[in-house]
Design a protein around this ligand. Structure first.
Ligand code: URA
Length: 433
């Protein structure tokens, strides 16, 4: 086979065979296909799309390009939740300890933030000393001991995706349904959990800006997971506004701790209860209503918080920070962002909020950039809230004071006010089994 023939076939709208897709992906993995041909392949897929069978084959080829995380020594059903990426989305930090405290094993591999979206690994590293690079044996031993561990993706997991993703990023081919599906699901299937709950975000802060596209993404991902023998469900959830009030690593960890302690913002608490209940019901722990009651109980009796503290201790952090969040280092500089007009916040460009946090130092523009764990934004007003001129809508935090002006301008430009309160939207907009 020749790469140029496969590229031409896709460019002309042909349907690739399983053999052609496997051959191409193995050439990506072993380095025999040069970057310019991989890039041309991505562009051909971007314009021509792929059938469901092609997308599934591409996903399985990416999954098989590296190690499959078989963890038979952990025992029991392993369950994971994956979010397609959003702003202020700290749900994994809350849901994982909740379900682990109810006896479901969580052996989770998470990513770092990139662009306007945050990543669980960066957030957890806000605990000084927290290790996300556990060896396989340490990972298994942590899950056996505490029921939970969250680590970064090992370099051996789906290496073809690393190459593809890096090239998509610089060839403007990220927003392609088959490429997004195969990238997310290739990694998820390589992690080899038994049950996968997909939290597909929709709206101005997510990759998919419309509900129709998000539902399509969800449907294909669930079907591919099922084809590979996994239990899978997807919820389509709102990302037209940030989740909770905190954006930025340690600020989000603190908000997650408050939520686990029963004192979190209502939207974040509700979405976490819904997602955790779904994860439990997928792992045969009862009906959705029974699961909801169990989730509410471990939040109110402190056992979910205790599970987080146990995980922090096991992975090298100081568990006292879970019970005294004043121990997290604070940013040296802060500044308020105020409303200029009278009215209601009718809409936010949530991606712009993510960009403002990135400018303050909370995110990274390139994969190798460091993050400032204390940088970020606390929102005091969100969509639907009334504002008057001078009201503080957000406080910015950073260790780089020169970023405050630009971040403030981006946040202001991303906040739209109007005379009428907008209709409130449900947090869960759809469900795909
Ligand atoms: N997350 C991924 O891992 N890949 C994509 O293509 C988009 C989001």
């Amino acid at each position: 086979m020749r790469a140029v023939d496969i590229i031409r076939k896709k460019r002309d709208g042909g349907v690739l065979s399983a053999e052609e897709i496997r051959w191409f992906v193995s050439g990506i993995t072993d380095g025999s296909i040069p970057d310019y041909q991989i890039s041309a392949f991505c562009m051909a897929v971007y314009f021509r799309g792929m059938t469901f069978d092609e997308t599934a084959e591409l996903t399985f080829a990416i999954r098989d390009s590296g190690e499959i995380m078989k963890l038979p020594d952990i025992g029991g059903l392993r369950v994971d939740k994956h979010s397609t990426g959003g702003v202020g989305d700290k749900t994994s930090l809350i849901i994982a300890p909740v379900v682990a405290s109810l006896g479901v094993k969580v052996a989770k591999m998470s990513g770092r933030g990139l662009g306007h979206t945050g990543g669980t690994v960066d957030k957890l590293e806000s605990f000084a000393g927290f290790r996300t690079d556990l060896s396989r044996d340490e990972f298994v031993s942590a899950v056996r001991k505490t029921g939970i561990a969250i680590v970064g993706q090992s370099a051996d997991l789906a290496p073809a995706d690393k190459k593809l993703y890096a090239l998509r990023d610089v060839t403007s081919t990220v927003e392609s349904m088959p490429l997004i599906v195969s990238s997310i699901m290739g990694k998820k299937l390589a992690a080899d959990d038994d049950c996968i709950l997909l939290d597909v975000k929709t709206g101005s802060g997510s990759f998919m800006k419309t509900k129709k596209r998000s539902a399509e993404l969800a449907r294909i991902m669930v079907d591919i997971a099922k084809r590979s023998g996994k239990r899978a469900r997807a919820l389509i959830t709102d990302m037209d506004k940030p989740l909770g009030n905190a954006i930025g690593n340690s600020l989000e960890v603190i908000e997650a701790i408050e939520t686990l302690g029963g004192k979190g913002p209502a939207d974040l608490t509700e979405i976490c209860v819904v997602l955790a209940s779904e994860m439990l019901s997928m792992s045969d722990r009862g009906t959705p209503d029974e699961c909801r009651r169990k989730v509410e109980k471990v939040i109110s009796d402190g056992s979910a918080l205790a599970t987080l503290a146990a995980m922090v201790k096991e992975q090298g952090g100081d568990p006292r920070w879970v019970y005294d969040t004043s121990l997290f280092p604070k940013a040296k500089y802060s500044a308020p962002v105020t409303a200029a007009e009278d009215g209601f916040i009718v809409r936010t460009d949530t991606e712009g909020y993510g960009r403002a946090a990135l400018i303050l130092g909370a995110g990274r523009a390139a994969a190798e950039d460091p993050v400032d764990h204390a940088a970020g934004i606390i929102l005091h007003k969100k969509t639907g809230d009334r504002v008057s001129p001078g009201d503080v809508i957000a406080t910015l935090y950073t260790n780089r004071p020169e970023t405050l002006e630009e971040a403030s301008a981006v946040l202001t430009a991303s906040t739209v006010t109007g005379p009428r309160r907008p209709a409130s939207k449900p947090l869960v907009l759809g469900r795909i089994e």
